[in-house]
Design a protein around this ligand. Structure first.
Ligand SMILES: Nc1ncnc2c1ncn2[C@@H]1O[C@H](COP(=O)(O)OP(=O)(O)OP(=O)(O)O)[C@@H](O)[C@H]1O
Ligand SMILES: CC(C)(CO)[C@@H](O)C(=O)[O-]
Ligand code: BAL
Length: 281
């Protein structure tokens, strides 16, 4: 596995692979790798000849300075975890990605999706994500890129950006990898204290309850959301948002909706946890 931190070297190595006829798979990450990330890498490996992983804590997508400052940076451990599963790890600095500063950076903004739900709770977040992913796609020029379904709205955002800009990249969504007790793996789980970690699976458990009732025909969404939030808050979370929307459009459910998605976001101590579940209707 090659560790690369300049654009020249990145282009030169990937260009050589491409001239040799290799298909390139890409997994963008912010590091602090866990089994969820490794699953994305394995899915890319199974479909392409070379796998590139980027590790970049992207300042443009953080809406809270304290969150950016605290974000775990564990490059040595990440490289050990990846071992030879990745062919190349790209670790740019903010200065390399945004040489004229964040304010002067041309942005990619996906209308609609970037403003609603998680986008409304984290102003500017999704513009930061679409901008950095578009830049990374242009740098790596992958045939396939893998994203986790855990970040459901992010996956929808990337699919729309890729289609709208005619980017020649296939987007693969990968199901959420969970701990045995049901908690979705996430780098931010590391912020949980021991007692918070014991409580954390309640987020997925509450979501499953709501999913069951929705599947059984309950359509009073306001009531479901209210009960879900009360359950979480009663257990010691601070609910940041529960939404039940059309799984394809992220718009309110209507008679044409094929499936709903339940989107959950809640603080537990310092950690903001998210999860989601699709419910066929
Ligand atoms: N449990 C998981 N299962 C599958 N994919 C995941 C999982 N967690 C993260 N991913 C995916 O890995 C990619 C990189 O995500 P990121 O580096 O932000 O990790 P994270 O664990 O989601 O961290 P964060 O706490 O910042 O949300 C994204 O496509 C994300 O959806
Ligand atoms: C896709 C991504 C790597 C862009 O910075 C990030 O949002 C993430 O880790 O999900
Ligand atoms: N995994 C999504 C990136 C973020 O929360 O900033």
């Amino acid at each position: 596995m090659q560790l690369v931190s300049t654009i020249e070297e990145l282009r030169s190595i990937i260009g050589g692979w491409r001239r040799g006829g290799d298909r390139i798979g890409f997994v963008p990450t912010m590091g602090n790798l866990h089994q969820g990330h490794l699953e994305l890498v394995q899915q890319a490996r199974a479909r392409t000849d070379r796998v590139v992983v980027s590790i970049f804590v992207n300042p443009l997508q953080f809406d809270r300075a304290a969150d950016l400052a605290a974000y775990p940076r564990t490059l040595k451990q990440d490289c050990e975890r990846l071992g030879d599963q990745a062919d190349l790890v790209f670790t740019p600095t903010p200065e390399l990605m945004y040489p004229h500063g964040q304010q002067q950076q041309t942005r990619v903004s996906v209308p609609g999706i970037s403003q609603v739900l998680e986008g409304a709770l984290r102003p500017g977040h999704f513009d930061g994500v679409s901008t950095v992913v578009c830049k990374l796609f242009n740098l790596v020029q992958p045939d396939l890129a893998c994203f986790g379904e855990k970040d459901y709205q992010q996956l929808a955002l990337i699919r729309k950006m890729t289609a709208d800009l005619n980017l020649p990249v296939e987007i693969l969504g990968v199901p959420t990898v969970r701990a045995e007790d049901g908690l979705a793996l996430s780098s931010r789980n590391g912020y949980l204290t021991e007692s918070e970690r014991a409580l954390a699976p309640e987020l997925a458990a509450t979501m499953h309850r709501l999913a069951k009732r929705l599947a059984a025909g309950e359509r009073d969404l306001e009531l479901l959301v209210k009960e879900g939030a009360a359950r979480l808050d009663g257990a010691g979370f601070r609910t940041d948002g529960i939404d039940i929307v059309d799984a394809d459009t992220l718009a309110p459910l209507d008679e044409h909706s094929r499936a709903a998605v339940i989107l959950m976001a809640a603080f537990l101590g310092k950690a903001r946890l998210i999860d989601n579940q699709v419910v066929p209707l």
